[in-house]
Design a protein around this ligand. Structure first.
Ligand code: ADP
Length: 499
């Protein structure tokens, strides 16, 4: 964080993290990893934390130790009244998570979309209810939060309620808000005709409020009404102020640039490190790298590839979405397989990519293996078993897999965008510095050129060892990022106080 932070004469900050997904309870992407890991580290920095998320069927089925609090509340949305109940569980020795239970809204197969990948038609009701529940929680449990840390569009209405309908309520007047953008492309856009359901004053539906090209935009609500904004890398914080990366919100973000920060996501090395990873064929460390070879052999077998363990094995784990660069990867695939490498993919998402990857895997089943599913255990095994990890993203707010890869000695090949650019440095043979390979231009040719460079280095065992070591020695643990979040909370509190 480059800007200076004002000091706050107060020891313990009380924070609510409002996150629509949290590891280990439910996850579709990086937000869940962040919300799951941050509380323990915030605690170490003297912050009292409560996390709030919906009670999805995934949480119900997960056999977590949850308890009913017996506390319920009502929220009116349009003509309908919804009842919610708070269920609690421990997430650290000191911190609790509260689940919002309303089976009609949340007891479904997926988090946000139906089995065909279409948004649930009542997502607006689902996340109005969630946002209102976060605020209800404070009164019901008499939890006077100093800061609510909102994340993505699902909690984007929380700051709008605080700054409008609750503005005169003394209980909420001193509650500051920090809003984290995990991915600007997902905005929670709903029709103007549904605006009344929010219960917000009419003037909120304006260009200076949550109106967005005639519709309402819940992410924009977070950007306009929160005291402080941040995103998950410094590079992405800059990129989203431009037309190319701004997804139509670059104007709002440029306007708020003095309040916009970038904090890189950390890694929970208790979960993502080859020394402790229970999912691996063999655990390993910098000193016992032969364990990585065992993991590679086991992965080759699992994917039924017919390559030798001496050939480079490339891998990727991802949501299969346009963002992730699969169009250039697929265009490059025919050439990549001819370079004498193996390739494994684990991913799920857009049916177009499912089809294309299934086809190419059938054609080159000896060298390409795909698993079109979500599988956490296999994700860990790919991190350990591959030599190189591909992330040719069109844009990438932070990206976690390239950071996990570094710790597993799996060399990232990435496009220089967002968090990928902030975390990966091209390897330099002369200085022996650098932890991976990155290319600028979004094209199959640039990707292939970098893969070729990586394969060449792989053949040079001395340099390959060096690049692997450079990555494994790096530390992206949450500790550093958590202390930056605490400073951001303080800044938000100060800002509200000085208004
Ligand atoms: P994003 O949040 O854009 O999906 P990130 O790299 O920030 O991307 O985080 C993705 C997280 O989700 C990583 O922990 C990754 O391992 C995990 N993940 C993505 N797809 C799968 C999958 N099919 N199976 C298991 N884990 C997955």
């Amino acid at each position: 964080m480059k800007k200076t932070i004002l000091s706050l004469k107060k020891d313990k900050i009380k924070t609510i993290i409002a996150a629509s997904e949290v590891v280990p309870f439910a996850k579709t992407g990086g937000l869940a990893d962040v919300a799951g890991a941050l509380p323990a580290f915030l605690e170490e920095h003297g912050t009292e934390v409560v996390v709030i998320m919906p009670y999805y069927s995934l949480v119900k089925k997960g056999k977590f130790k949850v308890r009913s609090t017996g506390k319920t509340f009502h929220v009116k949305i349009g003509a309908h009244s919804f009842v919610g109940e708070f269920i609690e569980a421990d997430i650290t020795k000191k911190s609790k998570i509260y689940f919002i239970k309303n089976d009609k809204l949340y007891d479904r197969a997926n988090l946000y979309v139906d089995d065909e990948g279409k948004d649930y038609p009542d997502n607006l009701e689902r996340f109005i209810f969630y946002s209102r529940a976060v605020l209800e929680f404070m009164k019901i449990f008499n939890f006077k939060a100093d800061v609510i840390h909102c994340n993505d569009w699902q909690s984007g209405l929380v700051p709008a309620y605080l700054k409008t309908v609750l503005h005169k309520d003394p209980f909420y007047q001193k509650v500051a808000t920090v809003f984290t953008i995990h991915n600007l492309a997902y905005q929670g856009i709903f029709k103007h005709s549904e605006f009344a359901k929010t219960g917000l004053p009419h003037d909120v539906f304006s260009i200076n409020g949550i109106e967005f090209y005639g519709d309402m935009n819940l992410l924009k609500s977070g950007l306009v009404y929160s005291d402080i904004l941040n995103t998950v890398s410094e590079k992405y914080a800059q990129e989203i102020q431009t037309e190319d990366y701004g997804c139509g919100l670059n104007g709002v973000l440029s306007y708020r640039k003095d309040d916009l920060y970038g904090i890189l996501n950390g890694v929970d090395y208790n979960v993502w490190s080859p020394e402790k990873d229970a999912h691996l064929e063999k655990r390993y460390s910098l000193r016992t790298l032969s364990g990585k070879e065992e993991c590679k052999k086991s992965l080759i077998k699992k994917y039924k590839l017919k390559i030798s363990p001496e050939q480079p094995l490339l891998g990727t784990i991802s949501r299969l979405a346009d963002q992730k660069g699969f169009d250039i990867l697929l265009d490059a695939m025919e050439i990549i397989v001819k370079l004498g490498v193996g390739f494994v993919l684990l991913g799920t998402g857009d049916p177009v990519y499912h089809k294309r990857f299934a086809e190419i895997a059938e054609q080159y089943s000896d060298r390409i293996g795909v698993r079109l599913m979500f599988n956490n255990e296999l994700a860990h095994q790919i991190e350990a078993g591959c030599d190189m990890f591909l992330m040719p993203s069109r844009y990438e707010p932070c990206g976690l897999n390239q950071i996990y890869s570094l710790k597993y000695g799996t060399v990232p090949i990435v496009r220089a965008t967002g968090g990928l650019d902030d975390t990966i440095e091209n390897y330099n043979r002369e200085s022996g510095k650098g932890n991976g390979f990155k290319f600028e231009r979004y094209s199959p040719v640039s990707l292939i050129a970098k893969i070729l460079e990586a394969i060449n280095l792989y053949d040079d065992k001395k340099h390959w060892k060096k690049i692997v070591q450079n990555g494994m020695k790096q530390d992206f643990s949450w500790d550093v990022s958590a202390s930056k979040y605490v400073k951001l909370y303080k800044r938000a509190i100060d800002k509200l106080k000085n208004k």
